[in-house]
Write a protein of this length. Structure first.
Length: 317
């Protein structure tokens, strides 16, 4: 599911800068202390662009990795794939993660349709060298109790994860922390790292881990100690955001966030340094779901986002 689709899904079901210019190489962060990469995700900041355009934008503005478009990669011939890899290498851009194209939250038909398409997409990701795919967990349900929902997630995600494992791909699950969304339906569901550990253990395929998001980490009331309870292999992908000034943890909503280090509500230094201590070596993207950022256009949104992520990465030490 794309990030735009996620916003639409939640809105329907939950009712409720510093300008930096110059060549991409000049904007890159040189640091031997970290292995994680600054990842470009166009959809997360209101930019509509195809895979090649995303690579070009990532290189132009100084990102180091780019979100993978699974359906597009699955449709490439071997010759086209080789050319794309060569193009990315020339721009010094690598792939981050892709989004899981399977709707496992709804009816059996929707799930079956997604699973039918997954083998081709997973094979395309493998050919491209993409080893990470991610999705998110809705923290509530209208009709399923916690245990019924847990069993449904375990069965369906086990099926998807098993298929992905055959292609050498890890599946990352993102718990969604805001209490406002948790209580928006009759039955609350997973919204913390501890609960998601249980789900990952129940899935039991060995290739499932976390998508850690500063916003959900903060709204769930978690600490750097929670991150340090994990191993490097447990973290598949990372999102960074900041809280809205003047809005408490309890009142925060999923669809209103700020770019990293915008307000200082969330302690980005503790979050990133904990990940760095783990040796996390995957993508880190901004996912603010912010109307003001989305309205900046390609140049403005890219410039603001790389500036925010550079500010956050400067806290690693």
């Amino acid at each position: 599911m794309t990030e735009i689709a996620r916003r639409e899904f939640i809105s329907k079901t939950a009712a409720g800068v510093v300008v930096l210019a110059g060549a991409g190489s000049a904007l890159r962060i040189a640091s031997s202390a970290r292995k994680m990469t600054i990842c470009f995700s166009g959809g997360a900041i209101g930019i509509s662009a195809n895979q090649r355009e995303c690579v070009e934008l990532a290189a132009q503005y100084g990102f180091e990795s780019v979100e993978a478009h699974g359906s597009y990669l699955a449709g490439l011939t071997d010759e086209q794939m080789t050319e794309l890899k060569s193009f990315m290498a020339s721009k010094r851009i690598v792939f981050g993660a892709a989004s899981l194209p399977v709707e496992f939250r709804r009816d059996d038909g929707a799930f079956a349709t997604g699973m039918k398409a997954l083998p081709s997409i997973a094979a395309g990701l493998k050919r491209a060298g993409v080893t990470r795919i991610t999705t998110w967990i809705m923290p509530c349900h209208d009709t399923l109790t916690y245990m019924a929902n847990f069993k449904l997630h375990a069965v369906r995600l086990r099926e998807a994860a098993s298929l992905l494992k055959d292609q050498g791909i890890r599946l990352g699950l993102e718990y969604v922390g805001p209490r406002t969304l948790l209580i928006s339906k009759r039955y609350p569901f997973q919204h913390t790292m501890a609960e998601e550990k249980d789900l990952i253990a129940e899935i039991g395929t060995g290739n499932v881990g976390f998508v850690l998001d500063t916003y959900h980490w903060w709204t769930a009331g978690e600490t750097e100690g929670d991150i340090l309870s994990l191993k490097k292999e447990d973290v598949v992908s990372v999102d960074m955001n900041d809280g809205v000034a003047g809005v408490s943890r309890e009142e925060s909503v999923d669809g209103r966030r700020e770019l990293p280090c915008k307000t200082g509500v969330i302690d980005a230094a503790k979050f990133l340094n904990a990940l760095n201590r783990l040796g996390y070596d995957g993508p880190v993207r901004a996912e603010p779901f912010n109307k003001e950022v989305n309205a900046l256009g390609k140049d403005g949104a890219c410039t603001a986002t790389i500036a925010a992520l550079r500010k956050a990465f400067a806290l690693i030490g």
